[in-house]
Write a protein that binds this ligand. Structure first.
Ligand code: NAP
Length: 316
């Protein structure tokens, strides 16, 4: 737990936000959960939000709800993108390039978690790694120039789960053919996302580019992350947990990603999220993070493997 919060005792809250009109935020997986709540907060301040979602029906419903709340002129739209298909990510990135003039922040929020049985994306990747990491790796790669031109940011939504799994990248069996485990695969994918983010910072610096990259996590938040695909026991435990004060609202879970998309003078090396008990709830600020996340040898190797697997060099 961190001792000093630069945003004061209450930590970062949306009260710090000024008028965001003229700003454009792209959020993956924004039809529900923390992504939806982040959209709400950003729209309430006049920003434009482009959701990158996989399901048109859910997206249209989310947009209708947001327009009902904020008015028909509210600038919220969606582009169809399924992170489990690299071709869909490519199509979505093309559409963004053609239709979205600038990106103030690209928020990599979408994820799956706790999948009971080993499943694969359409490109043959273990689904947690394929969706949460490879899908976002390719998306950020394809949109990087637009973010850079916009002097924008990339925000990676991670998870405290990064330290609850194997604590490293399992290069010799990325699909977990030998040791599939619903929690370890999720934790593995979230660690991969964090390593990607910190490696991206290093490469941006080396290339003298301007894009900022921030890493955050929502603590433990009441969202729809635990689905029917989760093991029965996980579903039972989560359904009990969300009734206790150890889990916060989805809205509060959105604060760290909104902060990372908007706040000036954040520290790129930091890891932001709730700083209270177990870093699951509490005032939003800089959290403690295990040092293995920044293991340079693994970060570099993961980058190379991710380029190979997504079939796209990521050169800055
Ligand atoms: N909730 C927590 O306690 C918690 C804790 C740690 C970290 N996180 C992180 O917080 C972020 C937000 O998750 P959440 O808790 O808000 O969960 P959520 O309510 O389940 O939202 C996840 C979003 O990701 C989308 N998504 C899933 N697979 C996708 C795919 N293949 N392509 C495109 N979009 C896809 C979902 O779309 P559909 O609705 O169409 O499925 C949904 O919009 C995730 O990165 C998660 O790892 C959450």
């Amino acid at each position: 737990m961190s001792t000093k919060n630069k945003f004061g005792k209450e930590g970062w809250t949306p009260e710090r936000l000024g008028n965001l009109s003229g700003k454009t935020y792209l959020i993956t997986g924004a039809n529900t959960g923390a992504g939806f709540e982040a959209s709400k907060i950003l729209l309430s301040k006049g920003a434009e939000v482009v959701m990158l979602n996989r399901n048109a029906t859910k997206s249209n419903k989310a947009i209708a709800d947001l327009k009902e709340q904020f008015g028909a002129e509210t600038k919220v739209s969606f582009i169809k993108m399924d992170l489990s298909e690299l071709s869909s990510v490519r199509n979505a990135a093309k559409e963004v390039f053609n239709t979205v003039p600038k990106i103030d922040a690209l928020i990599c929020n979408a994820a799956i978690a706790q999948v009971a049985k080993q499943t694969f994306t359409s490109d043959g990747f273990e689904s947690n790694l394929g969706i949460n990491h490879y899908g976002h790796f390719l998306l950020v790669n394809l949109l990087f120039d637009k973010v850079e031109q916009s002097k924008g940011r990339v925000v990676v939504v991670a998870s405290e789960g990064y330290k609850m799994g194997l604590k490293t990248i399992q290069f010799d069996d990325m699909n977990f053919d030998k040791n599939y485990h619903p929690n370890n695969t999720y934790c593995h994918s979230k660690l991969a996302q964090m390593m990607f983010a910190y490696e991206l910072q290093d490469r941006i610096k080396a290339a003298s580019k301007n894009t900022k990259v921030y890493v955050c996590h929502p603590g433990a938040s009441k969202t729809s992350l635990i689905r029917d695909t989760a093991p029965r026991m996980t579903r039972i435990i989560f359904s009990i947990m969300v009734k206790l004060p150890i889990v916060q609202s989805a809205e509060k879970g959105a604060f760290p990603e909104v902060m990372c998309a908007t706040e000036d003078e954040l520290d790129q090396q930091a890891y932001y999220g709730p700083t209270g008990r177990m870093q699951w709830t509490g005032p939003v600020g800089a959290c403690t993070m295990e040092s293995f996340v920044k293991d340079k040898t693994i970060m570099e190797k993961l980058w190379t493997v991710s380029e190979e697997q997504t079939g796209q060099k990521f050169e800055l």
